[in-house]
Design a protein around this ligand. Structure first.
Ligand code: NAI
Ligand code: MG
Length: 361
């Protein structure tokens, strides 16, 4: 029996609905396994701009730092699209990643058998897909300096810098190898070493780290080839590790292998404090408030929290099992409609998964 403090930041749009669903499921885990979860709520994104005049208020950060883990929904929406850059909801996301030192973004991509026909790709190509993308999250071209626009001798220019320190590469690659050890023991390190200096360093460091994991296979793949291989033969992958922007692009591409954005969870692990868990999708303004959103990405994010932050493996398995069971029974939120089954609301899906967790043996 454990006590765990969870900071809940629902954010905007369907972030509110799917986070509420994940909290319901965590409460069911608490009842079933005898744990005490405390949920404390904070503002982030557009909701925070409206309430506190900034996308990531100081009190939200304090709440996160005092917690054992953070559960986030999604941020953004048309209401704030016209705001100046420092008052954009997405600023809150970049800031919380940097402030909490969330250097490793883990995105599992799993295709459930019964959803294979929901993917735009051929069912036999995606059935059995099960890999994790490990994306470096606090370095690379999204953070490198100099960055910005300049006018020099009357000529307009803009610059971004792809910069990595050796230790930044080392810790993310080590994370990938550690994960692979508990899986199919294969790491694909994705870079652009034929062109970029930062990628040549990345490759060298990956080789060095690999020496400490002789039981895990390492392969290197150029990012353009990786983009192609993800569609050609996605089952070849186990753990993919890569730079921030490459990971951003490849993980969105990979999301289509699982049938719907609404199925994809993520974990952002901290080097120094609480880690953060959130669905990959955004705030989906087109369906917000309609009780239509798929809560599974948020619920599976909560399962990742149980496993990675709290070490509660059986509890995480109970949640994953409950999700699989609900899908096997034919329940589908609207985004999963192409795979057949019975269309249900967000609340009905949550209710079913919750019941399955309570009944889990
Ligand atoms: P989105 O992920 O919100 O939606 C893309 C499409 O997928 C929409 O048609 C939406 O209805 C659908 N969808 C997404 N999640 C779903 C779910 N759980 N169940 C059913 N359908 C779902 O991306 P979009 O439309 O590009 O962005 C909308 C807003 O979200 C923007 O303000 C954007 O900046 C923000 N955003 C926030 C993210 C985050 O908080 N991590 C990530 C991506 C976008
Ligand atoms: Mg993205």
């Amino acid at each position: 029996m454990g006590n765990y403090r969870i900071a809940v930041l629902p954010g905007d749009g369907i972030g509110q609905e799917v986070t509420a669903g994940a909290v319901e499921v965590l409460k069911a885990v608490g009842v079933r396994f005898g744990h005490e979860f405390t949920f404390e709520y904070g503002w982030i994104g557009g909701a925070a701009i409206d309430e506190a005049g900034t996308p990531l208020p100081e009190e939200t950060l304090r709440l996160c730092r005092e917690s054992d883990a953070v559960l986030l929904g999604a941020v953004g929406g048309p209401k704030w699209d016209g705001n100046p850059p420092h008052l954009r909801p997405e600023k809150g996301l970049l800031a919380i990643r940097k402030q909490l030192d969330l250097y490793a973004n883990l995105r599992p991509v799993v295709c459930y058998d019964c959803l294979a026909s929901a993917s735009p790709l051929k069912p036999d190509l995606v059935q059995g897909v099960d890999f994790v993308i490990v994306r470096e999250l606090t370095g690379g071209i999204y953070f490198g300096q100099p960055s910005g626009r300049v006018v020099e001798n009357g000529e307009e220019k803009a610059v971004d810098t792809l910069l990595y320190k050796k230790e930044e590469i080392e810790r993310i690659v080590r994370m990938a190898f550690t994960l692979a050890r508990g899986r199919k023991k294969k790491v694909t390190s994705v870079d652009k070493a034929n062109v970029l200096s930062s990628s040549r360093l990345w490759r060298e460091v990956a080789e060095e780290v690999a020496e400490q994991f002789p039981d895990v296979e390492l392969e290197h793949m150029l990012v353009d080839n990786a983009a192609m291989q993800l569609i050609r033969a996605p089952k070849q992958f186990d753990v993919i590790v890569t730079e921030n922007m490459f990971g951003d692009i490849l993980s969105d591409e990979a999301s289509m292998l699982s049938g719907s954005l609404g199925m994809l969870p993520s974990a952002s692990l901290s080097a120094s404090g609480p880690s953060l868990y959130e669905p990959v999708h955004g705030s989906a303004p087109d369906i917000a408030g309609m009780n239509k959103a798929n809560p599974i990405a948020a619920i599976l994010s909560a399962a990742m929290m149980l496993r990675l932050s709290f070490g509660l493996t059986a509890e995480a398995e109970a949640v994953e099992h409950a999700v699989r069971q609900a899908l096997d029974q034919g329940l589908r939120t609207a985004d999963l409609a192409p795979s057949g089954g019975r269309i249900v609301s967000t609340n009905e899906m949550v209710e079913e998964i919750k019941t399955a967790v309570l009944d889990y043996t």
